[in-house]
Design a protein around this ligand. Structure first.
Ligand SMILES: Nc1ncnc2c1ncn2[C@@H]1O[C@H](COP(=O)(O)OP(=O)(O)OP(=O)(O)O)[C@@H](O)[C@H]1O
Ligand SMILES: [Mg+2]
Length: 325
């Protein structure tokens, strides 16, 4: 990484003699992926997600460790490997900017040597799921972000790759386009067992799509497991909202709970651990007249925030080892 110096003299010096420092973007990352999994690769900004995706796609070469995907070493067997993967970077286009959108698909058909029958079938499917026909003849530079992202996804899947890498595929999109893209990913995964690895900062992407979550923090693996396991590990409090028949003003303190809020006959209790919920409810209903009880878990956004803040290591699967600096 080139380090720019400050001030006019510094800038001149940087120009003549650039000063480089080594930055370790990811290290000690190990995981294996089964066919058909949809993996959410999460982490705070700058955690190393895009770096990892670039290594998995063969764009970046790790300085140590090894990566094997579908029998290929991505950064060595690039041509062969390209046939088995699809890649979408939400912040970067792989379409030809000045051509009508459909021309990019036709160019990819030639590059990937897709048969005309398969091309026609895929186009029908893309039209149905992504509505490409609405803007197929518009030059790419004139497409809205949502239209372009749908076209990017079609271009990435035209050759029916077994693995799809998505780096923030829904960034900046409206709710309807996000839904279209999620449905598309799910449909391909269900019908063709396409393995998907995606990075996202959108919790609904994670809830709707991912059956496994990897969290990377400061370049290191912090979690590898299901959304349920993540919830168990990082839920700080369950919330019980009780509506009492009479005013709840004088309710005494209960074991394992905090009173978060009182309003009229309603009290919001925070319960430190899931296993206490039953005891707390039993105590309340045995002692008071209650008209309603609601139990709420921590929302996924707070759970992920807790995981990012904790930095706790819980890597489970160990096959791929990579160390990039
Ligand atoms: N080309 C580069 N040269 C030097 N350092 C880089 C380069 N690209 C990324 N980095 C650094 O590597 C680290 C990881 O960056 P990366 O882009 O992988 O993060 P990320 O997890 O994708 O973040 P975001 O959520 O913001 O997209 C950061 O500290 C970043 O500054
Ligand atoms: Mg990124």
């Amino acid at each position: 990484m080139e380090l720019k110096q400050r001030g006019v003299m510094g800038k001149l010096k940087s120009l003549i003699k650039p000063h480089y420092v080594t930055k370790q973007a990811v290290s000690n990352i190990s995981f294996s992926v089964e066919e058909g999994e949809i993996i959410g690769y999460l982490g705070p900004n700058g955690a190393g997600k895009s770096t990892m995706i670039k290594m998995l796609c063969g764009i970046l070469h790790p300085t140590s460790g090894h990566i094997r995907v579908n029998g290929c070493i991505p950064y060595i067997e690039r041509r062969k490997y390209a046939m088995s993967i699809g890649v979408v970077f939400g912040q970067r286009s792989q379409l030809w900017w000045d051509l009508p959108a459909i021309d990019s698909l036709e160019l990819y058909r030639d590059i990937y040597k897709v048969s005309s029958t398969s091309y026609k079938q895929s186009l029908d499917e893309f039209n149905e799921l992504l509505g490409l026909h609405e803007f197929a003849s518009t030059p790419v530079r004139q497409l809205s972000l949502g239209q372009r992202m749908r076209m990017e996804l079609a271009a990435a899947m035209l050759h029916h790759p077994e693995i799809l890498f998505l780096d923030e595929p829904t960034i900046g999109l409206d709710i309807m386009v996000k839904e279209k893209i999620r449905d598309f990913i799910l449909q391909w995964n269900r019908l063709r067992k396409t393995t998907v690895i995606l990075t996202t900062h959108d919790v609904i992407d994670i809830e709707r799509l991912c059956n496994r979550i990897l969290i990377i923090n400061n370049g290191e693996m912090a979690f590898d497991g299901s959304a349920y396991e993540l919830e168990q590990l990082y839920t700080k409090e369950k919330q019980i909202i009780v509506t009492f028949k009479n005013s709840a003003e004088l309710l005494p303190a209960l074991l394992h709970t905090t009173v978060q809020r009182r309003e009229g006959n309603q009290v919001w209790f925070g319960v430190q651990r899931s296993e206490f919920v039953q005891d707390v409810i039993r105590t309340i209903v045995n002692s008071y007249e209650v008209t309603d009880i609601q139990i709420r878990g921590t929302d996924l956004e707070s759970i992920i925030k807790n995981a990012y803040q904790s930095g706790k290591k819980d890597a489970v699967h160990e096959v791929v080892y990579s160390n990039f600096s």
